[in-house]
Write a protein that binds this ligand. Structure first.
Ligand SMILES: Cc1cc2nc3c(=O)[nH]c(=O)nc-3n(C[C@H](O)[C@H](O)[C@H](O)COP(=O)(O)O)c2cc1C
Length: 495
């Protein structure tokens, strides 16, 4: 069995590995970005929904509001749109609310709910193409979901499940595509949780569950469907009564899905890395969660002073689009100091002790008002200087020789000490660290876009980053921030 440590080592990028493994993309075998069920007509979602209760800057600084707004079809529509909706068309590609490497969109979103205003109880698949829901199961399956995840889920009105289809991203990134599932899942989660906070809906990210039970409930991996992994569960809302008793058994859906491409390719290393982290029963889930809750990692940013209120969260989501060219001009200090503090708040979840994080964040500052150019370590208490100097050329090289890595105002390397993490939480902990990196990057992007600055995720040469910062942590993901060198057009709501 290939564990996370071996997977990570094998899929590192170096100057040599990237050139040695370079291959042209097989455009004729490109996977489609939408999961299309044959014979199912999507149920349209509402396209009018309640306005945000709080501005984006408040939400990003402080997290959830009162958290007791009732979940109904309109609220769900808003959350689904802000997390995974189609916001604009670019060069024939349906671009989504959250960033996704190569615009390949490997993440699918499912919903299991009791009876809600505007929606019958059931298990659904979110269809971003038509902004609707495919009904996969009729009836209340929350008790089944609770058996796969946590008993509390039976009495919550609804839960979303994020899954990943490896072939969509492995088409371009091959074995490294397993990392991409969690990065893209994380950026989507950042949008989803921020939209829930802005709407007054309680949400958290649950990473421990019985993989097999969850997959069976959603019909993942059934004959005639692509390989697809459950990644995270997001319970929504507050408990409503005792929840329904468990009725019946989960039978195969027996639904057919349009093939993603003429010849989908399975990557054994990806499948093995996912399997290595699986939990097989609720007892294992409980024990993993206990170990995770005891893991102190590093302190996260708990008290974040809010900045000027600015636009609503939905407006920021529509504004966001990965910056393709940066201006070298300095950004104001809050675009680093406030944005990093907001992005590195604890993620409400089950994978680390409350108030803590699995990550450390090392920065190269190029042009930020009041901050000398150089390398730094971010901590909630201070931006600790490591070395002074103009490191733009080095930053470009570290980010896979991409100019975006050094052209903007600053570049953040989201990193993790893998050894102690894997010792405590095994391969499942690796999934959580990659997911948290995606969440932090997603939040950082929302934060800087709220201030009128731009950003993009970037990939990187793994060991070169460790060498630059002279620290043994492994890099999980990179985010570069700065003013865009052009005026970007915002996206639009459906309808
Ligand atoms: C995990 C991740 C890695 C990415 N890596 C790169 C990268 O190395 N270079 C780049 O130019 N863009 C990168 N991007 C940006 C994507 O290409 C971009 O999100 C995608 O094209 C969708 O466009 P949008 O973000 O404007 O909606 C990355 C995005 C994500 C989420």
């Amino acid at each position: 069995m290939v564990g996370a440590a071996e997977y990570h080592q094998t899929t590192k990028h170096s100057w040599w590995s990237v050139r040695r493994r370079a291959q042209p993309l097989d455009w004729a075998n490109r996977p489609g970005p939408f999961k299309r069920y044959r014979g199912l007509t999507p149920i349209p979602l509402p396209t009018a929904w309640p306005a945000d209760l709080h501005p984006a800057a408040t939400v990003l600084s402080q997290g959830r509001g009162p958290g007791d707004v009732r979940v109904d079809a309109a609220v769900l529509a808003k959350l689904l749109f802000c997390a995974a909706g189609v916001t604009r068309q670019l060069h024939g590609i349906a671009m989504r609310a959250a960033p996704s490497a190569g615009a390949l969109y490997p993440i699918e979103v499912y919903l299991a709910c009791g009876p809600l205003e505007g929606l019958e109880s059931g298990v659904y698949h979110f269809d971003p193409e038509h902004f609707g829901l495919h009904r996969l199961r009729s009836g209340d399956f929350r008790a089944h979901l609770a058996e796969a995840v946590h008993p509390d889920l039976a009495s919550l009105p609804a839960s979303l499940v994020l899954t990943g289809i490896p072939w969509r991203t492995a088409w371009k990134y091959r074995e490294r595509g397993f990392r991409h599932l969690f990065w893209d899942g994380g950026t989507l989660l950042a949008n989803l949780m921020a939209a829930a906070d802005a709407s007054g809906v309680t949400a958290r990210a649950v990473t421990a569950f019985v993989d097999g039970l969850l997959a069976a409930l959603l019909g993942l991996g059934e004959a005639g469907t692509p390989e697809e992994f459950p990644l995270a569960v997001v319970p929504l809302g507050t408990p409503e009564g005792a929840g329904p008793p468990r009725r019946g058994v989960v039978t195969p859906l027996g639904l057919e899905v349009e093939p993603l491409s003429p010849r989908p390719i399975s990557y054994p290393l990806i499948t093995a890395a996912q399997r290595a982290g699986e939990l097989h029963n609720l007892d294992q889930v409980r024990r993993w969660r206990e170990r995770a809750r005891a893991l102190r990692g590093l302190p996260a940013s708990v008290h974040v002073a809010p900045t000027a209120p600015g636009p609503g969260l939905e407006e920021v989501v529509l504004r966001r689009g990965s910056t393709r060219r940066f201006r070298p001009d300095p950004v104001p200090a809050p675009a680093l100091l406030w944005a990093m503090a907001a992005a590195t708040r604890p993620v409400a979840g089950d994978f680390v002790a409350p108030g803590h994080t699995l990550l450390q964040h090392d920065l190269i500052v190029h042009a930020v008002e009041g901050v000398d150019p150089g390398s730094y370590r971010w901590t909630p208490a201070a931006l600790q200087p490591l070395a002074r100097g103009d490191f733009r050329p080095q930053a470009r090289v570290l980010c896979l020789d991409q100019p975006l890595g050094g052209d903007g105002a600053y570049t953040v390397f989201h990193r993790c000490r893998l050894e102690p993490l894997l010792e405590a939480l095994g391969s499942r902990g690796y999934r959580a660290a990659q997911l948290e990196a995606g969440v932090v990057s997603g939040r950082l992007q929302l934060a800087v876009f709220a201030l009128g600055v731009g950003a993009t995720c970037l990939t990187f040469y793994d060991d070169a980053v460790a060498g630059f910062f002279r620290s043994p942590a492994e890099t999980m993901l990179v985010t570069a921030c700065g003013f865009p060198a052009y005026r970007a057009r915002p996206g639009r709501r459906p309808g």
